[in-house]
Design a protein around this ligand. Structure first.
Ligand SMILES: Cc1cc2nc3c(=O)[nH]c(=O)nc-3n(C[C@H](O)[C@H](O)[C@H](O)COP(=O)(O)OP(=O)(O)OC[C@H]3O[C@@H](n4cnc5c(N)ncnc54)[C@H](O)[C@@H]3O)c2cc1C
Length: 503
């Protein structure tokens, strides 16, 4: 093993959390090293090849996790520079104001965040600027107050999408333009596929790599090192600070002594790394005196809803441009919240084939050409029994869905509306539990060190020089895409670190 270097700040992981932290900290001039276990996602024709992406699962890592029954599975979790955002749908939505408060749901109570929407709002504004979000806050009745308008105007619906939007409006709904981190002109020039779930190089999606990381590495004091998997954090026996970080660069073990560590390996890997790093002083894992590390895993309850009408022709390419929040704060009749609906992103015959291999391709192509697809998302409530733990060095993910009846109501309600719009055949399919796309909550923040691992600036209660800034810090999942909230908190935390002299 080589003890080869020191650095002021070590960031572990280059996803939304890690890259946005790097962008926020870069102007300080401090030496910042980002260790990323993956490589840069290459520019390749495979990036548009839906057989390779969905049927062959070319981009899925060769990794095994275990479920609650100890059954092995290959997770839909991605390791590239930019992390999961290389595949994301680029919907950068704010939590609703009410999501920061305690809220009753069919399946239980969603806890309050330790700060209000009003206090967090300026950081949303900055994150939207960093990710060049396109949007319009005037259409969604649940949209919270914006101190600044979106930096770019909303992306227009394609013609086939506009038709459906008008039908839904006629049903009394309030479709709104999805806030999107997409340069649509650039995307159209090089791509003939949707962006959601499709890998991205530098073609117009503003992800963690092409947005904040690209900005951060323009500074000479910031360095990204790929192929570098962190495997252990060591604490000082006297101060309990993180004093050394062990990682494998390719296959060679290396070690580094950072003054400050930002852990941003994603909600599952950050928790696993803290648990794996247990030692005599921290027998339950690092930052785990509360016992909460790995607990409260959340991932959203999600389904695809596809409406078919042979008289409707859908020639849209990307289609992911509007959402509906009419059932977000209540069920539309004063009952409890159900969740969000948004366009899924043009489910082609090839994508359908990966789920229904027994149906001939021509039939699936026909079905896709005459259908419209939506994504229904409902809140997943925190439960200590839903958790990540490490056994024999393997990741175990125990996730029992809760608040599922609210999700089913949302699916049924919206399916009925699609039928009223003329889509006489409506199919729905829950998302695979083995795809932790919206993973969060596993190292939660809070005001009380007895029941949370991080303070409200994501600093570990147990280790002075450790911050965890990725989706792990979420106290609740809301029913909103998570990336903008991770980025906004990363900007808030980096500002806090620099204004409180960290060393
Ligand atoms: C198909 C898909 C669509 C999505 N669509 C949306 C959307 O439209 N809107 C939205 O808001 N969210 C969306 N999401 C979710 C969003 O992408 C994630 O919430 C977000 O990217 C999480 O960022 P993160 O920083 O928490 O973690 P990650 O993205 O998981 O980043 C962690 C990084 O750490 C690296 N890493 C892991 N372990 C180690 C280690 N030991 N050492 C070094 N590096 C390590 C990983 O390679 C990765 O680069 C989507 C996700 C998927 C998969």
């Amino acid at each position: 093993m080589f003890l080869n270097h020191q650095t002021d700040i070590l960031i572990i992981g280059s996803g939304i959390g890690g890259s946005t932290m790097a962008a926020g900290l870069a102007p300080s001039g401090l030496n910042i090293l980002i260790l990323e276990c993956g490589i840069q996602l290459p520019d390749s024709p495979i990036n548009q090849d839906q057989d390779q992406i969905f049927t062959e699962q070319y981009f899925k890592p060769d990794e095994e996790w275990f479920d609650k029954d100890k059954q092995a599975f290959k997770p839909g979790n991605y390791y590239y520079v930019g992390g999961n955002s290389k595949f994301f749908g680029a919907v950068l939505a704010r939590y609703r104001k009410e999501d920061f408060l305690e809220m009753a749901h069919e399946g239980g109570t969603s806890p309050a965040w330790p700060f209000s929407y009003e206090a967090f709002e300026p950081w949303y504004t900055r994150a939207e600027a960093l990710f060049k979000v396109r949007g319009d806050d005037k259409f969604d009745p649940t949209e919270p107050y914006h101190s600044t308008q979106y930096p770019y105007k909303a992306i227009e619906d394609e013609t086939a999408i506009k038709v459906v939007k008008e039908q839904l409006t006629a049903q009394g709904l309030h479709p709104y333009p999805l806030p999107l981190a997409i340069d649509i002109e650039q995307w159209r020039q090089t791509r003939k596929v949707p962006w959601d779930a499709h890998p991205h190089f530098f073609n117009g999606k503003i992800d963690a790599e092409t947005g904040p990381l690209a900005q951060a590495i323009q500074y000479k004091n910031v360095r990204l090192q790929t192929n570098s998997k962190v495997i252990h954090l060591k604490t000082s026996p006297t101060t309990n600070r993180i004093e050394e970080v062990i990682y494998a660069h390719h296959d060679e073990l290396q070690s580094i002594r950072p003054k400050l560590v930002i852990l941003s390996a994603g909600a599952i890997h950050s928790a696993a790394l803290l648990l794996r790093s247990k030692n005599q002083n921290n027998p339950e894992g690092l930052s785990n005196s509360s016992g909460m590390v790995g607990r409260n895993f959340m991932n959203h309850n999600c389904s695809a809803i596809i409406g078919f009408n042979h008289r409707y022709t859908n020639d849209a390419i990307y289609s992911k441009t509007f959402g509906i929040n009419d059932f977000y704060l209540n069920d539309g009749a004063g009952g409890l919240p159900l969740g969000n609906i948004q366009l899924l992103g043009k489910v082609s015959g090839k994508i359908l084939k990966s789920n229904m291999p027994f149906i001939p391709s021509f039939a699936l192509d026909y079905f896709s050409r005459h259908s419209i697809d939506f994504y229904a998302m409902s809140e997943d409530l925190p439960s200590p029994d839903n958790r990540v733990y490490v056994e024999d060095d393997k990741i175990n993910l125990v996730w029992e869905r809760n608040n599922w009846s609210a999700h089913q109501k949302l699916v049924h309600k919206f399916s009925a509306i699609l039928k009223d719009c003329g889509f006489y055949f409506v199919l729905n399919q829950p998302f695979d539990k083995r795809t932790p796309s919206h993973q969060c909550g596993t190292i939660r923040m809070g005001n009380n060190p007895k029941d949370s691992a991080l303070d409200t600036y994501c600093r570990s209660y147990d280790h002075d020089n450790l911050y965890v800034v990725d989706a792990s810090f979420f106290p609740s999942s809301a029913a909103v895409n998570p990336a903008l909230t991770i980025a906004a908190q990363a900007l808030r935390v980096s500002h806090h670190i620099l204004s409180t002299s960290p060393f």
